[in-house]
Design a protein. Structure first.
Length: 191
């Protein structure tokens, strides 16, 4: 297994650890600060590994067939995990989570279909916008969660929550637009 695929595997392994750390203090009534530190560290490693696996794969020509499959899977595992956590605490509306989840499942199916036919799906501008809004939503959601857990009376929390919701909505919009772009491209390639 090469370095990019190892980084992706680390991201996949960290997704359930993020979930457990997110709710650890609530489940046990202890480890409040420790769980927040673990959350930040796990989130940072997931996001940095996402950047680095692609960077190393392209720079050192380490793109593999398995990497083309597990990298998007790692992205979905990590991002859907933290978005699910945000949904469970009421920060992300369930309808937004479902749009994101359905889009990711749809793209996964479409990628598998295209790979079977030997066609690689390149990222679109909307796919890049989706990635940026997902990452921004993750950072904002985690920042809100941590601030809320440290001191729920902080004056900036309502504004941060509203801004985070706006980014979540942009993420849902860009995910739908990227999905439409992928479907059009796939339909064209399959003709």
């Amino acid at each position: 297994m090469n370095l990019p695929n190892t980084l992706t595997l680390i991201r996949i392994i960290l997704a359930p650890i993020f979930f457990a750390a997110f709710f650890f203090a609530e489940w046990t009534g202890a480890g409040h600060i420790v769980s927040l530190v673990i959350l930040v560290l796990v989130f940072a490693v997931m996001e940095v590994s996402d950047f680095l696996d692609g960077y190393f794969a392209r720079k050192y020509h380490l793109v593999t067939e398995i990497g083309k499959v597990i990298d998007p899977f790692g992205d979905v595992m990590s991002r859907m995990t933290y978005f699910f956590c945000f949904t469970l605490i009421g920060l992300m509306p369930a309808w937004i989570f479902l749009i994101l989840l359905y889009r990711e499942l749809g793209i996964t199916f479409l990628r598998m279909l295209m790979i079977r036919r030997g066609i690689a799906m390149a990222a679109s501008v909307w796919g890049k916008a989706k990635a940026v809004t997902y990452a921004a939503g993750g950072v904002l959601g985690l920042g809100y969660t941590i601030s809320m857990r440290i001191d729920p009376s902080l004056g900036f929390l309502p504004s941060l929550k509203a801004f985070t919701l706006a980014v979540f909505i942009l993420g849902a919009l860009s995910s739908v637009l990227s999905f439409i772009t992928y479907i059009r491209t796939a339909a064209s390639d399959l003709r």
